[in-house]
Write a protein that binds this ligand. Structure first.
Ligand SMILES: Cc1ncc(C[n+]2csc(CCOP(=O)(O)OP(=O)(O)O)c2C)c(N)n1
Ligand SMILES: [Mg+2]
Length: 319
């Protein structure tokens, strides 16, 4: 991997973390209504996976994947318009967080009902195959979501039809307050791939280069018409499920253990050690990110909230 590629991964992980801290701050200021989510601990998975995609590929991200939206080209302005529910946001203020679609960027944001997005992503992969686009669909699911029936239906269909699909299971040790020990009896979620007749990998989801390399391989298979891959990316949800959850049920020792593997800190130290990143470059990145987020938030806050009289418009498909 070239120095530029490494710096790109670093930049987007840092940007993701700063964006999410800003989202939490805005939530606590009462400016974000509804839920606010972070992917703290998941940055390497979200960024490393999306960085392996091309512009022609499709992204179906989940609620911990802001980094994937950013890497796929979503602007900070759109992210904050959306978070703040403004009139000119991608959903015109109909929904917050990542629940938007941006067909131009080929981003189809998360469906709330866990696992319902897997058959949708498989459907998009079928359409791409029928149109001979040579495009790949990448989608994500949590450890909890991977136990829902639609996961099975979607992945099985994709396997049988040899669809260009990459499914990343973000195993972050919890589904809300339920630990993985109460969710499934298998030792590895990637072992499910055996039952579908497709490859499955379990990787350290805090290692961005490992994520990138594994996804590059799976994307290559998908593009060559060899079918889907399951990648279980093992991480930790370092904060509550959402801003309203203090995660007091998470054993502190477990968090302490995972803090040592903080994906952003870990990659920064590695790049400093490899002399790919210098102290001056780091300071430049700090400033660039701070300025860009500040500008996007000011822009979004100056945009009006939607007119309540239009609330029902654009919600149902027109006949
Ligand atoms: C079918 C369904 N059941 C319950 C919920 C409520 N819910 C939203 S996120 C969540 C936890 C998901 O855990 P996991 O899949 O592990 O993803 P994580 O939040 O840990 O990234 C739950 C229970 C939902 N959205 N859909
Ligand atoms: Mg989880």
């Amino acid at each position: 991997m070239s120095a530029d590629q490494k710096l790109r991964l670093y930049y987007y992980m840092r940007l993701t973390r700063e964006c999410e801290s800003t989202i939490m701050r805005l939530y606590r200021q009462g400016k974000i209504v509804g839920g606010a989510y972070t992917g703290t601990g998941n940055e390497a998975t979200a960024v490393g996976s999306a960085a392996a995609l091309e512009a022609r590929d499709y992204l179906f991200p989940m609620h911990r994947d802001l980094g994937a939206h950013l890497v796929k080209g979503q602007s900070l302005k759109n992210i904050f318009l959306q978070q703040l529910g403004r009139a000119d946001s991608l959903t015109r203020g109909r929904d917050g967080t990542g629940h938007y679609a941006d067909p131009a960027l080929k981003i189809f944001g998360n469906v709330s009902h866990l696992a319902a997005m897997i058959p949708m992503a498989a459907g998009a992969a079928l359409a791409a195959k029928m149109r001979r686009e040579e495009a790949v669909v990448m989608t994500y699911i949590g450890d909890g979501g991977s136990n829902v029936g639609e996961f099975h239906e979607g992945v099985n269909f994709a396997a049988v039809m040899k669809l260009p699909l990459v499914v990343i299971i973000e195993n972050n040790q919890f589904a809300y307050s339920t630990p993985v020990s109460r969710q499934y009896a298998a030792s590895r979620l990637s072992d499910r791939a055996i039952g579908y007749g497709i490859p499955g990998h379990t990787i350290d989801g805090t290692d961005v280069e490992r994520v990138y390399e594994t996804c590059t391989e799976a994307i290559g298979r998908a593009r060559r018409g060899e079918g889907p891959t399951i990648i279980e990316s093992v991480t930790m949800r370092m904060q509550g499920h959402s801003a309203s959850d203090d995660a007091s049920y998470v054993p502190p020792a477990l968090l302490d253990e995972w803090k040592k593997k903080d994906p952003v800190v870990r990659y920064e130290s590695l790049l400093l050690k490899e002399c790919v990143l210098t102290a001056e470059q780091k300071a430049k990145v700090d400033k660039e990110i701070g300025d860009a987020i500040g500008e996007a938030v000011r822009y979004a806050e100056s945009n009006p909230l939607p007119d309540g009289n239009t609330a029902a418009e654009g919600v149902y498909a027109e006949r």
